[in-house]
Design a protein around this ligand. Structure first.
Ligand code: NAP
Ligand code: MN
Length: 260
């Protein structure tokens, strides 16, 4: 079995990466950062997002496992002192595996189509002037939106930006999309849903308009495309697989991230 160790270059990790490499080698595993079977990321939920984007070309054949440099979060269940035990659990096939669809976005511009992928969410934002955007769900018009922007979150991303915007938390085992508004203008003339909307995972959410000043963001990435005509967001066929400790439960990750 081949192991890669992925770290956040900008965050100190107290040589946890070296500890993991030493343990992996002593358990007879091979270190291969190019073509691993398992990526062990060191850091937080944000480091997991970066690891997924780094290994996107081999996402179908790789599994992710996280060791926290401090607290534990949604995507990582192991402390540095658990590293020895983690390799024993791995050898004995005792780790719990979950799999989740990525989000996929198609950006249609005057020059063609670009495809993007995200774990948490795909966002359309205009921090400069009112974003005016026609919103369709499964090609049926919902509304003309006016405000700072719109976010389409996955269940995995529901606890990230979506939560800060007042969206619902969604159990990671549910395959759903959530559409949430950012600082919407609501008055006698302009009206939109004004609530976050959860739709089935096989829905397609489309934003149409003139997005000359808008920014498209996904996970930790922001791109400013100035000729966007349409943005379509839907569930990707690409799947990300996570390994957890044997006693992992979604409710535990909620408690340790938000309650204590
Ligand atoms: P980042 O520092 O990597 O992440 C920002 C914070 O979000 C960190 O505390 C991170 O936790 C946490 N986080 C990431 N994914 C999460 C998830 N699925 N559930 C709960 N918490 C999560 O920042 P970044 O690189 O700019 O962007 C990454 C993410 O930040 C985006 O996907 C977006 O969801 C989020 N974001 C949030 C806001 C907001 O809440 N106002 C605004 C913009 C972006 P760790 O400390 O464990 O890494
Ligand atoms: Mn060991």
């Amino acid at each position: 079995m081949k192991i890669a160790v992925f770290i956040n270059e900008h965050k100190p990790n107290n040589d946890i990466d070296k500890l993991i490499i030493g343990e992996a080698v002593s358990h007879g595993l091979i270190i291969d950062n190019k073509n691993p079977d398992i990526v062990i990321f060191v850091g937080g939920d944000g480091t997991f997002l970066r690891a997924v984007h780094h290994y996107l070309p081999i996402i179908q054949s790789v599994k992710f496992l996280g060791v926290g440099a401090g607290n534990l979060g949604f995507f990582y269940d192991f402390h540095p002192e658990d590293v020895h035990q983690l390799f024993t659990l791995l050898e004995e096939h005792e780790l719990k595996e979950t799999s989740h669809h990525l989000l996929e976005g198609q950006i249609l511009t005057e020059n063609g189509i670009e495809t993007i992928y995200a774990v948490n969410e795909i966002r359309l934002e205009n921090p400069f002037h009112t974003l005016i955007c026609d919103v369709e769900i499964n090609y049926e018009t919902l509304e003309t939106y006016r405000g700072n922007g719109l976010v389409v979150s996955s269940s995995l991303g529901s606890s990230a930006y979506n939560k800060s915007l007042g969206g619902s938390l969604i159990d990671h085992s549910l395959d759903l999309l959530e559409l949430t508004e950012i600082a919407t203008i609501q008055n006698n003339i302009n009206r939109s849903l004004g609530a976050s909307l959860v739709v089935s995972g096989d829905s397609k959410i489309t934003f149409c308009g003139n997005f000359k000043e808008a920014l498209i963001g996904y996970d930790n990435v922001v791109i400013d495309q100035h000729d966007v005509i349409r943005l379509e967001v839907y569930r990707s066929s690409k799947i990300v697989r996570l390994l957890h400790s044997p006693d992992y439960q979604y409710i535990k990750s909620l408690r340790r991230s938000f309650i204590k």
